[in-house]
Design a protein around this ligand. Sequence first.
Ligand code: ATP
Length: 303
Amino acid sequence: MSLLTVNNLTKKYGSKTVVDHISFEFGHNKCIALIGPNGAGKTTTLRALSGLLKPSDGTIQFENQEKNHDIRDKIGYLPQYPAFHTWMTGKEFLVYSGKLAKLTKEEAKKRADELLKIVGISDEAKNERIGRYSGGMKQRLGIAQAIIHRPKLLILDEPVASLDPLGRREVLVLMEKLKEEMTILFSTHILNDAEEVSDELILLHQGQIIESGSIAKLRKKYQTTIIELQVEGDLNLYQEKLNNLETIISTKQERNTLFITASEVKSARDEILATATKENWPITTFSINQASLEDMFMRVVKS
Ligand SMILES: Nc1ncnc2c1ncn2[C@@H]1O[C@H](COP(=O)(O)OP(=O)(O)OP(=O)(O)O)[C@@H](O)[C@H]1O
């Protein structure tokens, strides 16, 4: 059974459609990255799923509940720019949030202590004012607050975008840990972050889903191999010869290197090396590289 099923979700502002009939679903204990450039519609989508914004059209269904049923108590949400009462201590803030989530005072205190441990805020730091916390600590506290009511789905809007490398690492490690207990849906425009913690990607561009699936599936689908070749002397000469080989799709010259795209890497490698050996090419570098997920992303967006 799916945890969340979204059908034709649409949001319009006046005549402008910013989320355009998107449909997707995902299961339990997954980590899904909603990825796309600025203005793609990520925040709008996440706010609609969190019940903070009314969609213009479409349905959102949580497990087997009725479609468009209020699911705010099932979801934890951390906005891109969370607001904290910076004069409170971390622990006070969580106890206060627990009471807002209708826990008794005792339950809220117990849950706050449990969460402070989970998100790695030390006994010393929990009694300090939030105003003195680093960006990474604030974000981890925000995540603790978002899961105070033990939601099955945690939605994070650009959770690491504003953090320095250390804070970023802390939050990604925490997400890795939390995904064992809940599903996490998070937005990002940084592919490395998506690749690091997520199992699945949803690529959003101009309000539409242009690709989705597991990282392994997408890699396989868009995988291309680039052979890099450096040869002493006039590269034009070698480029012309390479273009005549059967296994080669295209070649380009950049920074004294020939970048060769091939249909099938093994036969291309054999054909290039056989030709080079026969003609005694003075090769200085020969390497085979896979196109990155970033290349894939650029290709999909451009096409
Ligand atoms: N209240 C609003 N009224 C009109 N247009 C809006 C409103 N909120 C968002 N938009 C527009 O909707 C589009 C999508 O915005 P959204 O914030 O969802 O994108 P995003 O992918 O989260 O981008 P970013 O990474 O920049 O936050 C943008 O063109 C934005 O200007």
